[in-house]
Each structure stands twice: as structure tokens, then as C-alpha cells.
Design a protein around this ligand. Structure first.
Ligand SMILES: [Zn+2]
Ligand SMILES: [Zn+2]
Length: 267
């Protein structure tokens, strides 16, 4: 089993490095600042997260076996695989949306999520650059309904693959047009405007995979073809892996203004 993610890292690198080279959104080096730290995120952080998800899944499935009537789980797992996968994407992304929005709007949570926004040069590898608590909480919120409803193992496995590649794609430094599909499927343009360190981009585009959720909940940032001026945050985030994982736990220092609860209608 690829528990440390070496194989996934290798395959992703073989796909995304040439892809970003051919369709670069902005000129960036492969051996960029923070590359070594991001490799620790992929391998070590990834191991912590996978272990937590396996434990969480076992716990949730155990509780679900007691609480959820078999008539429900059998009806859910009896649906065609494609329909189950579509339902999983919708249900999990509603969870991702609200968890993500909470991580932005609650100052104590923002300190964990600020680590992900600390990326200055956005590329596919940045997809892994998140505080483990950020990912574990988001996974717990988004995946628990999936385990409770009894979706089939095959549909969860297909969803996991789609989610993995989609997350890498939306972080990648590529210029690809999704055309009218941009409302349905999150594009790199959609997510890079979530990472832009510009006033008009703050607290927008929270969805992981389905941009229409942001349209529905009033947080969609229609940016057309504009390229962000800069990424990153103003927070004083350390540059090492352990500095970053310890950062939210340290006594509060200066926080950027974006950590303050938003006064806008959209949150
Ligand atoms: Zn965010
Ligand atoms: Zn991101």
C-alpha cells in the first residue's frame, strides 16, 4: 500500500510538471521556494491524514451500523455507481463549502487554514500544503454523511480518485478554459481566485469541486480571465513544516484583517 504516497507523488509529478510547463498561467520555476517543505507535506503530513481518515471511517461505519436502518444503506448502495459518485460529490462538497467558510470566518480556525493560504507560488504541489487539523476536520464534516448513508466501497473509491486529481488540477499553474462548464466544475481559475491576496478575492469561492455552490450561497467571485496580482497571506507564517503546524497553536500574534468575520452579506 502506498501509505506515504510515494507512488502518487511520482505519478502526479510526471503528469503535472509537463502540463504546467506547456500551459503555464505565470512563469514559475519547478524548484521554487518551499518545495522541500511541500514534499514533507505530501509524504509525512499525508501519512498523518490518511491514518486519521482510516480511523474516522472505521468509527463512523461502526456507529452507522448500529444507528442507520439497513433499508436506507441498501437503497443507497443499490443505486448505479455513477449516480452514487455524483451524489457523493454533491454531499461532500456541501460539507467542504461550509467547513471551508467556517475556517475563513472564525479567527481561531483561520490560523489553521492560513497555512494553506500561505502558498506564495501556486502550483499542483500546493494542493498538499494544508495543516493536518484543517484537512482532518474538513474530511470529518464532509465524509461522515457518506459513511452513514452506506455508499458502496467502489463508489467511494472512484470519488476519492476524482477528488485527488481534481484538487491537484485546481491548484495547478495552468491556463485552461472550462467554457460553460466553469459553473459546474471547479477550474484552476476558480480556485486561484480563492488564493489571491487581494481584497476582492477574500472569502470567495469556497467550494472544492462545484462552483455553483458559491453562486447559491452568495460567495462566487466572477473574475473573468483576470490573473491575480499575488497569492499568499499577510499573516506571519513560519517557513518550516513544524513551524507551520505549530503556528495556529502559538499565542495569537498579529492576524491579517481577512481573519476577521466578514461583514458582507455573503460571509
Ligand atoms: Zn481558503
Ligand atoms: Zn487551495
Amino acid at each position: 500500500m502506498d501509505i506515504f504516497g510515494f507512488k502518487a507523488l511520482l505519478i502526479s509529478a510526471l503528469i503535472f510538471i509537463p502540463f504546467e510547463h506547456l500551459f503555464a498561467e505565470r512563469a514559475q520555476k519547478i524548484f521554487r521556494k518551499g518545495l522541500a517543505v511541500d514534499l514533507i507535506y505530501v509524504l509525512f503530513n499525508g501519512f498523518i491524514i490518511k491514518t486519521a481518515i482510516v480511523m474516522m471511517a472505521a468509527g463512523a461505519l461502526g456507529v452507522a451500523a448500529i444507528l442507520v436502518p439497513q433499508s436506507i444503506t441498501q437503497a443507497v448502495s443499490g443505486q448505479p455507481i455513477w449516480l452514487q459518485v455524483a451524489e457523493i460529490i454533491l454531499i461532500t462538497d456541501i460539507g467542504v463549502y461550509w467547513a471551508h467558510r467556517a475556517f475563513h470566518n472564525i479567527p481561531a480556525l483561520w490560523k489553521f487554514h492560513a497555512v494553506h493560504h500561505g502558498i506564495d507560488e501556486l502550483d499542483w504541489l500546493g494542493a498538499f500544503h494544508s495543516h493536518p487539523i484543517d484537512i482532518i476536520v474538513t474530511k470529518a464534516i464532509s465524509l461522515t454523511p457518506i459513511f452513514f448513508l452506506g455508499f458502496s466501497e467502489a463508489s467511494i473509491a472512484i470519488f476519492s480518485m476524482i477528488y485527488f486529481w481534481h484538487t491537484l488540477l485546481v491548484h495547478s499553474n495552468v491556463r485552461v478554459s472550462f467554457g460553460p462548464l466553469k459553473w459546474l466544475i471547479a477550474s484552476p481559475q476558480f480556485h486561484r481566485w480563492h488564493h489571491a491576496n487581494q481584497r476582492e478575492a477574500y472569502d470567495k469561492n469556497f467550494a472544492g469541486q462545484l462552483p455553483f455552490l458559491d453562486v447559491m450561497f452568495g460567495t462566487y467571485n466572477a473574475t473573468g480571465n483576470k490573473v491575480p496580482e499575488k497569492y499568499g497571506v499577510d499573516d506571519p507564517i513560519p517557513s518550516t513544516y513544524f513551524g507551520q503546524t505549530g503556528y495556529p497553536l502559538l499565542p495569537r500574534r498579529k492576524l491579517s484583517s481577512r481573519a476577521a468575520p466578514s461583514t458582507e452579506a455573503g460571509g
